[in-house]
Write a protein that binds this ligand. Structure first.
Ligand code: SF4
Length: 393
């Protein structure tokens, strides 16, 4: 009861108040998925923090709130960025190569990485525009995108919106990808699996526990392996990145340990991208990762038996390319996110016949190269919809 008026504050008013506090508008509320009551609190089982949240309080990610014992997601349909990227930017090199992916984000994150390049949407208040799930799917179709990627901020924190959108996309023949930090629970992976066909999992500092705790406020990164094993079990296409952070998370020994685990548990054909760190946000006292560090990590991962190891964020480097693991013939040449040469024939190496394991949709073994490259990289600078996209009728 309110001490001043004597009238009870309705759940609707509390929700409106929670939205106002964030500066968010619109119908962005939905009951959250994967939570349960626990005493007089609620337990969120979406990510491995498994927050236990008292009435009126937020989870760590700031996007979900307990109101009168029901757990709500506050960012359903609220879009911070909507643009079109090459699928190679996610990165996916073995999943619909050469296609366009409609890329969408909301706000919030389950991590607090000091070097986050998207901190304005992951950690700070940011404007959002309402775009319903069916409209996102229509935009993808009209702009010839083969996939929708839930990216830029962690998709676990907009799980409900992402899955509703993915369902609409699948009706139009469009697949869905998560670009995730991998901290989702195994039950969240299982829940998402019917709708999300591919996940690229962004590891940092080769999964070193001390690095995750000190730089990213993540207590137990080892659970990311449980999520990866669940993705593998459920047949989700997996690619992995390992951001090597200068001085803090750039151990070659750790990179080799990670590669060994990937080889033994996910298989030798799992693509692993060692990516270059650039100073940003709160971590600006170190330089970008020396290219030599990435090259040494590449050698270590190949020694462990991984067949497709790449270097990322170094445009023009020869290790952006795909080489046949059988005879070292150049299969795919890339520059940044663009494919500049494709020699694979019928899904195999033209020299030795070794099969190239990748998922594509046109059945020809050729890259699809669909979508308008002129639209790549559009964003919404002030919380507005990227209206340069082709409007739906
Ligand atoms: S998704 Fe958010 S509320 Fe749920 S456990 Fe993770 S940080 Fe906590």
């Amino acid at each position: 009861m309110s001490p001043s008026s004597g009238t009870e504050i309705s759940p609707k008013s509390k929700i409106s108040s929670a939205l106002r506090e964030r500066g968010w508008k619109g119908k962005q509320i939905t009951e959250a998925l994967l939570w349960e009551p626990e005493g007089d609190r609620v337990r969120c089982n979406l990510c491995s923090r498994r927050c236990l949240i008292p009435e009126g309080q937020n989870g760590f990610c700031q996007t979900r709130v307990n109101i009168d014992g029901t757990f709500y997601a506050l960012n359903h349909g609220g879009v911070s960025v909507l643009g079109i990227d090459p699928i190679e930017k996610k990165p996916f090199f073995h999943y619909h190569p050469g296609t366009a992916s409609l890329s969408i984000s909301t706000v919030g994150c389950t991590f607090r990485c000091k070097f986050c390049q998207n901190y304005d949407i992951s950690q700070e208040a940011y404007g959002m525009r309402e775009v319903d799930s069916a409209e996102v799917a229509r935009q993808a179709k009209r702009n010839e995108c083969r996939t929708i990627s839930y990216t830029y901020n962690e998709p676990t924190v907009f799980f409900e919106y992402a899955l509703d959108t993915a369902k609409e996309a699948l009706k139009l023949g469009i697949e869905n990808t998560f670009v995730t930090n991998g901290y989702m629970t195994p039950e969240a992976v299982e829940y998402a699996a019917p709708y999300i066909q591919a996940m690229t999992v962004g590891i940092k500092g080769s999964l070193n526990t001390e690095f995750y705790r000190r730089i990213m406020v993540v207590p137990n990164p080892e659970v990311i392996k449980d999520a990866l094993l669940e993705m593998k079990r459920l047949g989700i296409h997996i690619e992995m990145t390992d951001l090597m952070v200068t001085k803090h998370g750039d151990s070659i020994e750790d990179a080799q340990t990670l590669a060994r685990w990937v080889f033994e548990n996910l298989g030798p054909d799992t693509p692993l991208h060692f990516t270059r760190f650039h100073p940003d946000w709160l971590l600006t006292d170190v330089t970008a990762t020396p290219v030599e560090t990435l090259e040494r990590a590449h050698i270590a991962a190949r020694e462990e038996g991984l067949r497709f190891v790449y270097i990322g964020n170094v445009p023009g480097h020869p290790l952006e390319n795909t080489y046949c693991p059988g005879c070292a013939h150049l299969l795919v040449e890339r520059h940044g996110f663009q494919i500049t040469k494709w020699t694979i024939s019928g899904g195999a190496c033209p020299e030795c016949g070794e099969e190239f394991p990748y998922r594509h949709s046109n059945g020809s073994g050729e890259p699809e190269l669909r979508g308008n490259p002129l639209l790549f990289g559009l964003t919404i600078p002030d919380g507005g919809l990227a209206c340069d996209l082709q409007a739906s009728p």
